[in-house]
Design a protein around this ligand. Structure first.
Ligand SMILES: Nc1ncnc2c1ncn2[C@@H]1O[C@H](COP(=O)(O)OP(=O)(O)OP(=O)(O)O)[C@@H](O)[C@H]1O
Ligand SMILES: [Mg+2]
Length: 343
């Protein structure tokens, strides 16, 4: 495989990771409790009516569309099968002017998710993911490739591949952000430290943060203390409707969310927030591109990420609702209470 696609100019963002087809089936069934605790139950033998829609999904393509809508020249590297689903993803990205660099698997299908949505909007996701992880360190070209930022949303991409890619990109001056999967986090903090040390931004939800650090879910203080030893740059912990906490090791920020007009489907909130946050860092000030982010850069990034997530949960699909800068600049997204303190 040639890696010449990695010849970028400075304004570009590269996303790397999962690409799926997301099949949404909306049912009239109610869960027995709230999300996280409840169950969505079907009786064996039932045939249940549902309305459906199909979108492209996966962290790499969701983040790519997010960056593209926010005005970045965006490329995306992902894996698809040689099937109609793969073509569907490519067409979707083409519409958003994203340059795709797909690795095509000959024998396996494109990854897909079946998202069962209950009457109140909570969901169960069934994921069918290829185990094909054939990327190797030797695949890299020596040629200069230089996106300003790379956003990794790696699914089950292999650790050695991610480490090599990160090393190569860092050498070229590219800044890195990662929104790791549970699959990657299950390797444990000791193994992941060399990768996370290279990151300018690591974005995890609360459950993933607890899995990485081995510290109970509720103990945010100790989770962030551990982050400081593991993560080179900014640590970002998202917490669904409760909002987000961010630390650069010296200052700690916490923010709530922009209120929803309605919640249609929360798929893609994490991708919308993570990519919006990184876009906010890059766009808010030149200094951030040199790696020195001040208070106002981080607060701008939190506001953009939050607005993007709020907008996405108000419509069905992980890409529907991703904001342009013009939409972000509306009065709705002007004020978000962000609390900060020195650590
Ligand atoms: N219902 C919501 N309304 C508004 N904002 C939300 C909502 N849910 C999430 N967000 C915003 O999106 C951010 C990321 O959400 P969350 O913590 O659920 O990510 P995640 O668990 O990684 O999601 P995903 O399942 O998409 O990967 C939150 O920190 C919050 O700012
Ligand atoms: Mg997530």
């Amino acid at each position: 495989m040639s890696w010449n696609f990695l010849n970028f100019n400075n304004q570009d963002i590269l996303t790397v990771g999962t690409a799926t087809v997301d099949i949404f089936l909306k049912t009239e069934i109610l869960p027995n409790k709230s999300e996280g605790e409840g169950k969505l139950c079907f009786s064996l033998g039932d045939k249940i009516g549902a309305s459906s829609e199909i979108f492209s999904g996966g962290g790499a393509t969701n983040a790519a569309v997010s960056f593209a809508r926010l005005g970045f020249k965006t490329s995306s590297f992902f894996r698809i099968g040689s099937d109609l689903f793969g073509q569907f993803i490519l067409k979707d990205l083409e519409k958003e002017n994203i340059i795709s660099y797909p690795v095509k698997m000959e024998k396996e299908g494109t990854d897909r998710s079946l998202i069962l949505i209950s009457k109140n909007g909570s969901r169960v996701i069934l994921v069918s993911r290829s185990k094909n992880t054939f990327f190797s360190k030797n695949s890299f070209s020596e040629n200069g490739f230089r996106p300003a930022w790379a956003y990794l949303s790696p699914g089950n991409f292999p650790f050695p591949f991610l480490l090599s890619l990160s090393e190569e990109l860092r050498k070229k001056g590219t800044k890195l952000a990662i929104n790791p999967s549970k699959n990657l986090l299950s390797l444990g903090s000791k193994k992941l430290k060399p990768l996370f040390q290279k990151m300018s931004v690591v974005i995890l939800n609360r459950e993933e943060a607890s899995l990485l650090t081995g510290i109970p879910y509720g103990n945010e203080r100790d989770i962030f203390k551990k982050f400081d030893t593991l993560i080179g740059g900014l640590a970002v912990m998202t917490d669904g409707k409760k909002g987000v906490s961010v630390s650069d090791g010296k200052t700690f920020w916490r923010s709530g969310i922009f209120k929803n007009k309605k919640i249609e489907d929360r798929t893609g909130a994490g991708d919308a927030f993570g990519s919006g946050f990184v876009a906010g860092l890059v766009r808010s000030k030149e200094s951030c591109q040199k790696g020195i982010c001040g208070k106002e850069n981080i607060e701008f990034a939190i506001r953009l990420g939050s607005a993007n997530a709020t907008s996405v949960v108000e419509s069905l699909g992980a890409k529907s609702g991703l904001l342009t800068f013009k939409e972000f600049n509306s009065s709705r997204f002007k004020n978000l209470k962000i609390y900060s303190k020195k650590i």
